[in-house]
Write a protein that binds this ligand. Structure first.
Ligand code: ARG
Length: 710
């Protein structure tokens, strides 16, 4: 582990998802690493800065603006749901790709939004003043009221989005204001075989050859303001857009990323990690393995089912593999051991300095020990019970059943009926009868087999296993499943409308799917919810103290808060790594490597004929690297996580060099502990993206509207 490994690390590998408005203290280091921009170029509230070209895309991803006409680049896996929804068996943009040749060919992507950050301001003092010396429930109440007030004040005319968010586990509060654009249109994407090349086999792994991109455009009204879709809307004129560099990059080159990381748990303690490794992660993986197998069987058999379920399937599969990797790396890197040491040092420091945190770690230990017996059940409840559309709709009917029993006012009942109708409509988008029914039987059986017997809902004893004959549990569950799907009033729309027209407690109580869901929901709410809520409350308090204590202990060092779906900045460099002893991974992949993985007819590694022809021609033009090859992807040591998908990766001058789309296998524990040696960000090289737009899509219109730096 000496020589090369050490050499790789003389350069500072960069941990930290920094708040863009507060990067002051990091700036010197950024410059030392090569940054040529000023602080104001990155983040400014008065002048156009790069933050104005970065958006939260579709609620859970990142996108960047790459032209003066609102053109937006993000990942293929971020556009996936929208592309699938726009596709049909005849016009299958997911399988065949899509390249709009002019604005009239750009397709409204319903439900997709682009959130532009306007301002960040610190409201910690105001919130602390409002809470004063109050404690417990009273403090929470005062705090929520103050937060509501601040958000309302910041959005007086109702045209913005204003959120107060918690940082450093509740030690700091920032107010963020945004403009939300809701007319976003689909412009271009490569065929799925390229946008998702390597599928789940290559997902979360390097070396990688996926060209994980899709292109959208933000539209605005004639005043450049957000507006619902209208054919009178025009392309949005951004304050700032990224120029695109095709000069390429070398190892150690400065690289920076701005985006919307979703969530990290870097302050998690050893006891919580133990539960993840031994209880919750294995349960998620087991359940998802089963769900995916059932979904895939039906998707393979029917193209319509495939288009309907593929987006849901992809997101289940993504985190199925994520949890396999996280468990593996938490163990391999002995994160529990590392954290145990840090925790002991913390307690020692507190005792020595009389800092007031002497029992914090043992309080954590006790809290997690109390929770551990329910951890698996909590996972089964969300992952298995709620896996089917029918169970989710029936669970949404539970509050109504309760209200009918309590004979509340007609107004309240009407409101609950309305909620149920809305929830049902939403859930039905993923409903495929054969798949749902098979999942229902499989999940009901898994729940029975794996959840502690004395924690099971009583419907198992009273109904499910109470059928006639000496059947096995599986047979009883199959018979029960048939009965539920045959008799439910919730799936068929005509039946459902009649069922809720004049709802009564008697009909609700005996509706088989509602009976099933009510039993699961009430069992969970009564027996575990109070424990889980108590734990969450205590955890909030402990982790606030822990973060505060660590900052006191390491006074003078720079701290960054856990990711919380707000904009962050990460800086680092293009960097190779050694995944294991004696193995060296280069920092980039090529078209040649992509072709080497090609398997005709394969689910994950097939390629379109057009690309095979393009490879024969080798017409790389201005997109070729100085080494003569065409680079597909590269890696950097930037600190990102889920939600950063689609983020701009830019060079020292602020020019776009790629689009971030994944993390690497050896650092899958990164959301809990950043490992400087292994953690990498996987980036789609902008030159391969442009090559596909140009030579595969022939979308010269798009190339021309970009500001390309050669
Ligand atoms: N792992 C990537 C992320 O979470 C998503 C990749 C999608 N590709 C796939 N094969 N599921 O950002």
């Amino acid at each position: 582990m000496i020589g090369a490994a050490l050499m790789l690390h003389t350069a500072k590998a960069d941990e930290g998802m920094w708040i863009p408005s507060l990067i002051g203290k990091n700036y010197e280091e950024m410059k030392r690493l090569g940054l040529k921009l000023s602080k104001e170029d990155l983040y400014s509230i008065n002048n156009a800065s790069l933050k104005d070209a970065v958006v939260q895309f579709g609620g859970g991803c990142t996108g960047e603006i790459i032209s003066s006409k609102g053109l937006l680049l993000t990942n293929h896996h971020c556009g996936y749901g929208a592309i699938a929804a726009l596709s049909s068996v005849e016009k299958n943009y997911l399988d065949n790709g899509y390249w709009a040749k002019n604005q009239s060919e750009e397709l409204p992507a319903k439900g997709i939004t682009a959130l532009f950050l306007l301002n960040i301001s610190d409201v910690t003092a105001q919130i602390n003043a409002a809470v004063g010396t109050a404690k417990g429930a009273e403090a929470s109440k005062l705090m929520s009221a103050e937060i509501k007030k601040i958000e309302k004040e910041a959005n007086k005319d109702g045209k913005l989005v204003a959120n107060v968010k918690e940082y450093f586990n509740g030690n700091q509060y920032l107010l963020l204001t945004y403009k939300k654009y809701t007319d976003v249109r689909f412009v271009a994407a490569p065929p799925k075989s390229l946008g998702k090349y390597g599928g789940d086999t290559d997902n979360w792994m390097w070396p990688r050859h996926t060209s994980d991109f899709s292109i959208f455009r933000v539209y605005a009204n004639k005043d450049n303001e957000p507006a619902e879709f209208s054919k009178d809307n025009v392309p949005f004129k951004p304050k700032k857009h990224f120029p695109v560099s095709i000069k390429g990059n070398k190892e150690k080159d400065f690289a920076m990323i701005m985006g919307y990381p979703g969530r990290t748990n870097r302050y998690e303690v050893s006891y919580g990690i133990d539960i993840a490794i031994n209880e919750s992660n294995p349960a998620v993986v087991d359940i998802r393995t089963e769900r995916l197998a059932i979904m895939k069987k039906h998707m393979d058999a029917n193209k319509v089912v495939y288009l309907q379920l593929t987006s849901r399937y992809a997101s289940i599969a993504n985190y199925w593999k994520y949890f396999i990797g996280q468990t593996e790396q938490l163990k391999r890197l002995n994160v529990v051991g590392q954290k145990t040491k840090e925790e002991a040092a913390f307690t020692q420091w507190s005792v020595a300095k009389n800092a007031g945190y002497n029992t914090l770690i043992s309080d954590y230990a006790k809290m997690y020990a109390d929770y551990k017996p329910y951890a698996k059940h909590a996972t089964y409840y969300t992952e298995a019970f709620r896996a089917t559309a029918l169970a989710r709709i029936a669970a949404a009917a539970e509050p109504l059943e309760k209200a009918l029993k309590a004979e509340v006012s007609k107004d309240s009942i009407d409101k609950l009926v309305k909620n149920l109708k809305m929830a049902r409509q939403f859930i039905l988008a993923d409903y495929v009868p054969v798949v749902d029914k098979e999942l229902f039987a499989a999940m009901t059986l898994m729940y029975y087999n794996n959840v502690d017997k004395n924690q099971l809902p009583n419907i198992y004893e009273q109904v499910i296993l109470n059928g006639a004959g000496n059947e096995t549990v599986a047979e009883s569950i199959n018979a029960y499943t048939k009965y539920v799907y045959k008799n439910t009033q919730l799936l068929d729309s005509a039946k459902f409308e009649a069922f809720v027209a004049t709802p009564t407690y008697a009909t609700f109580k005996n509706e088989p799917a509602i009976q099933y869901a009510v039993s699961f929901v009430r069992n969970f709410d009564k027996n575990f919810m109070p424990k889980i809520e108590a734990m969450n409350k205590e955890k909030r308090e402990l982790s606030k103290q822990y973060a505060k204590g660590l900052m006191e202990m390491k006074k003078g060092q720079l701290f960054y808060p856990d990711a919380n779906s707000t904009m962050r900045v990460s800086y680092g460099q293009v960097l190779a790594y050694e995944p294991q002893d004696a193995v060296y991974y280069k920092h980039f992949t090529t078209f040649d490597g992509l072709m080497a993985k090609y398997k005709a007819g394969d689910d994950e590694f097939d390629l379109p004929q057009q690309l095979l022809d393009m490879y024969q021609k080798k017409d790389y033009g201005m997109y070729a690297d100085a080494d003569g090859t065409l680079h597909t992807c590269f890696i950097t040591n930037n600190d990102i996580t889920g939600g950063n998908s689609g983020s701009p990766v830019f060079n020292a001058k602020g020019e776009l060099i790629g689009c971030a789309f994944d993390g690497n296998w050896e650092a899958m524990s990164g959301d809990i502990a950043f490992d400087k040696k292994y953690k990498r960000t996987i980036v789609a090289d902008i030159r391969f993206i442009l090559y596909l737009i140009d030579k595969m899509g022939g979308a010269h219109n798009l190339i021309e509207e970009m500001d390309i730096r050669k």
